[in-house]
Design a protein around this ligand. Structure first.
Ligand SMILES: [Zn+2]
Length: 248
């Protein structure tokens, strides 16, 4: 039984799991940190980022871009990852459901956390609202600061499905102040949403982003993020749209 465990265990072949490599020079012992420490730290950061199980294997490479707008989104995502942390703004990925917004956001998050040594955090918008609401209850187990601090502090934050739930005005105020804190500290935020500034024909949505999250929060997000539209499979319309956007 023990043998089986040993062979299955993921032990570093260089240091045998010690994390240190011992050397000797002129009869003196020298200890160097093993290279596996960096990859272990990267794995720990990735698991702390809280990416949902079904999106953990999402990468930019396995993002399927079968139309011009998705190819453009993938290119922007690649440029964003390569430039990070030297980026001016976060990203606001919008478009109808099923276009891969969450895939793209999680792929960016996991690559940056793994390769750039940044701390990152994923949160579903509805979960975040619930956390805010419960943390403000008088009988809450945790203080509101302890609940919100990780989201304010994370170097990179992904807020998924923005507008999926419709928050109370006071919850919106808390959210606004959270994003504002991030903005002032130059922390980067990526958000995804099915809601756009105009209701897209055939999208099935009746409300605009502003109707869901209010004018103030919507404006702050537009200041903090570069808008990236992930559209449907209407190739001609998308190509035309891309040209129009890039020319002016
Ligand atoms: Zn090692």
């Amino acid at each position: 039984m023990d043998l089986e465990r040993l062979t299955a265990a993921d032990v570093c072949p260089i240091c045998g799991g010690m994390g240190w490599v011992l050397d000797s020079a002129d009869g003196r012992k020298l200890a160097h940190p093993c290279i596996c420490r960096a990859s272990e730290a990267a794995r720990a950061r990735l698991s702390a980022a809280g990416i949902p199980e079904r999106y953990r294997d999402c990468t930019l490479d396995n993002f399927s871009d079968n139309n011009a707008s998705l190819t453009r989104a993938k290119t922007l995502a690649r440029e964003f990852v390569d430039a990070y942390p030297a980026v001016d703004a976060g990203l606001l990925l919008v478009g109808p459901s099923g276009r891969g917004k969450t895939h793209l956001a999680c792929a960016i998050l996991s690559e940056i956390v793994t390769t750039k040594g940044a701390s990152g955090l994923y949160v579903d918008f509805s979960d975040l609202l619930m956390k805010i609401t419960t943390s403000f209850r008088p009988d809450a187990d945790f203080s509101k600061e302890s609940v919100l601090t990780p989201y304010a502090e994370a170097e990179l934050l992904v807020v998924d499905e923005l507008g999926a739930a419709k928050p109370h005005a006071w919850v919106l105020d808390v959210l606004y102040s959270l994003l504002n804190t991030r903005y002032n500290r130059k922390r980067v935020t990526i958000a995804t949403s099915n809601f756009e500034d105009e209701v897209a024909p055939g999208s099935g949505e009746r409300e605009k982003l502003e109707d869901r999250i209010g004018y103030r929060l919507r404006s702050r997000l537009y200041e903090m993020c570069l808008l990236v539209s992930l559209k449907g499979s209407d190739f001609r319309k998308d190509v035309l749209g891309t040209k129009i956007r890039s020319r002016f």
